[in-house]
Design a protein around this ligand. Structure first.
Ligand code: HEM
Ligand code: HEM
Length: 322
């Protein structure tokens, strides 16, 4: 996905696909306005309607093929890579093997070396513009005749696929940069390790303090969640985060424990919890960005499949009730 960090997606090859699809849309609009079928307006059932419908369906199929092709290309090259790596690393340990394989794969992504008739960026650029052109083509095809029927269901599904595509494009263009910014030096694994260390440190600091304090620290350790299920990851937060709560409670209790070393221990404990809170927020944000970067495809792809099914039904219905 590395190549998508670059802003070239929309400007690809001097706006090649913007020009191609603009021409397509202009032709469709001109035809719709100029060609007056006998007996009224253009609609799905006139020859121009059929042409627009068939072109739209062709584009939908092409865009879906994009996904299949991409997956197949990746899988095939992964297999090639496996063979190569197997050969080179057969005497090395499994973890070295995996690391080498990962970095090789990353390099390949960065190199943008997919073939099959153009780079992935070119495909994606065409995908985006052709997807948008459907709004014009399919709307003219339906001639603004909407109702509670399977035809309109196809149309709505199409709009939903396009809308989710827009979100995905936004995510690809923006989130990777935020992730790098967020991380600075620590990977997610580093963050989680540091959080675990701070938990341990907090536990030790609390040992010399009253039970009440130990209970708070234990709760913060056991109940704080980073990640979680899909929706929790997407939201990137935990309501009433136990770590934030613990930090506040320790601050409050600090006023109560004034004997001997207690104020110093409480201050230390507070700063450990504050540090942990900061790292937990960063880790959650990191997971959130990654989940949002990947999660939208769980809408885009199933909606595309639903669109395909609805289109099939739409076309069947047309021929059935002719
Ligand atoms: C992306 C592809 C397509 C979409 C989103 C779409 C959507 C629609 C919509 C919303 C209507 C208006 C329905 C109404 O009058 O209530 C319509 C009508 C129609 N569509 Fe499609 N359509 C697509 C592709 C096709 C294809 C490939 C064909 C033919 C092979 C086709 C044939 C027709 C016909 C004949 C009508 C007129 C039906 C009537 O007025 O009763 N459509 N389409
Ligand atoms: C009816 C129209 C569309 C269909 C049927 C469609 C279908 C698909 C499919 C099947 C994939 C492959 C997902 C995968 O398995 O990795 C995909 C990816 C994608 N689509 Fe669409 N799409 C449509 C419109 C759009 C639009 C309008 C946009 C942007 C404005 C868009 C943006 C994307 C992006 C960014 C990807 C990700 C490519 C990647 O992961 O490398 N799509 N689309």
């Amino acid at each position: 996905m590395n190549m998508m960090h670059r802003p070239g997606l929309l400007k690809y090859e001097n706006y090649r696909y913007f020009k191609v699809t603009s021409l397509l849309m202009a032709l469709a609009i001109a035809a719709y306005v100029l060609i007056q079928p006998t007996g009224g307006k253009t609609y799905g059932g006139t020859w121009l309607g059929y042409v627009l419908g068939i072109i739209s369906t062709g584009i939908v199929l092409l865009l879906m093929w994009f996904g299949v092709k991409k997956r197949r290309t990746l899988r095939m090259s992964d297999r090639r890579l496996d063979l190569k790596q197997n050969h080179q690393n057969f005497s090395e340990t499994q973890s070295e093997f995996n690391a080498a394989r990962k970095s090789d794969r990353r390099k390949r992504h960065a190199n943008e070396s997919w073939r099959y008739g153009g780079s992935m960026q070119g495909w994606l650029s065409a995908h985006v513009y052709l997807g948008v052109s459907l709004i014009v083509l399919a709307t003219l095809h339906s001639s603004f005749q909407f109702g509670w029927n399977i035809h309109t269901l196809s149309y709505i599904l199409m709009l939903l696929v396009i809308a989710s595509g827009f979100y995905g494009m936004y995510a690809y263009l923006n989130f990777p940069r935020q992730i790098t910014h967020n991380l600075t030096n620590d990977s997610l694994d580093d963050l989680l390790l540091k959080i675990a260390d701070l938990d341990e440190l907090a536990r030790i600091r609390a040992l010399g303090l009253p039970d009440e304090v130990n209970v708070i620290v234990l709760k913060a350790r056991q109940k704080t969640r980073v990640g979680g299920n899909f929706f929790q990851q997407i939201s990137g937060s935990q309501g009433d985060c136990p770590t934030s709560l613990a930090a506040q409670q320790i601050l409050q209790l600090g006023k109560k424990y004034t004997v001997d070393e207690q104020p110093k221990l409480m201050r230390d404990l507070f700063s450990v919890l504050l540090h942990k809170e900061k790292l937990v927020l960063r880790a959650r944000n990191e997971i959130m960005l990654k989940a949002r970067l990947a999660g939208w495809l769980y809408l885009h792809v199933p909606l595309s499949i639903a669109l395909l099914a609805a289109l099939f039904a739409h076309i069947m219905a047309i021929f059935f009730y002719w």
